[in-house]
Design a protein around this ligand. Sequence first.
Ligand SMILES: Nc1nc2c(c(=O)[nH]1)N[C@H]1C(S)=C(S)[C@@H](COP(=O)(O)O)O[C@H]1N2
Ligand SMILES: [Mo]
Length: 306
Amino acid sequence: MRKRFDGNLNWSEVTPKAQWLNRRSLLAGAGALMVAGGAQARIAAAASDFSTDAAPNTLEEITRYNNFYEFGTGKEDPANNSAGFMPDPWSVKIDGMVDRPGDYALDDILGGATLEERIYRFRCVEAWSMVIPWVGFELATLLNRVGVQPGAKFVAFETVVRPEQMPGQRSRLLDWPYREGLRLDEAMHPLTILATGLYGEALPNQNGAPIRLVVPWKYGFKSIKSIVRIHLTDTMPATTWNMLNAREYGFYSNVNPGVDHPRWSQASERRVGGGLFAKRVDTQMFNGYGEHVAALYAGQDLTRDY
Ligand SMILES: Nc1nc2c(c(=O)[nH]1)N[C@H]1C(S)=C(S)[C@@H](COP(=O)(O)O)O[C@H]1N2
Ligand SMILES: [Mo]
């Protein structure tokens, strides 16, 4: 069992910060992380080969600068308004074109998956970016276990609806539940993960506890939080931001500095934590993961399929 996120935790005592600084030290430190003791311990696997060696953002930055409209639209709202959210117990309905549909308890999902520590560069459409050391496993692992049927072409995701615990859902700001989707080949790609933790501990509520998607080559809004349903389908699913404004937000939403958002350039980004006067850096195509994912879009016009 992973420790519940506790805002008062002294994280340096739980997970030596140096262990997270880069992939090589993560690999070297994997054994040491296992001795945290008793029920609090969790197994630290090696970092993913896809991990960046860039230093991660601080826990403070990762947990106090969020987008999670279910808790409000301000960047600090999720941190301030999510303490009453209950991520435990949790189950995920997996249905549609799968061999073994059902309501799966989170513990059963995690029991069978290979958890792997990963450090991913993560970027948002608002033109800010962070490096977050996720704990997660490949979505493909789960999809293979439930058995995707031959005709399935897309995966649709939904966030939980709990207005009593999620104050943002008491207004009609978005058409709840928050929805996202991936094409099946995107969903099966090893860079697409379900994250259940960060910095070696359970996911904080504001980051999408207890389980959320991370798709590092796409804009941040694709990485849907607090998932309760995964639906396999043969038709392109409706997605929240596309439903709200189809001209501004397409289904694919690949990070693409060459395609501007109608209201702002997407050619550069500001790394959160770089300070007020930090230089903006050029955004890379597919957030720098092009060598791994560009082939998924061979023959597609990405200015049309944005
Ligand atoms: N359910 C849900 N998921 C969501 C959002 C949201 O408002 N609701 N915001 C998205 C956006 S716009 C971003 S940038 C990322 C932010 O993730 P983080 O706060 O963990 O960095 O979550 C995404 N997932
Ligand atoms: Mo975002």
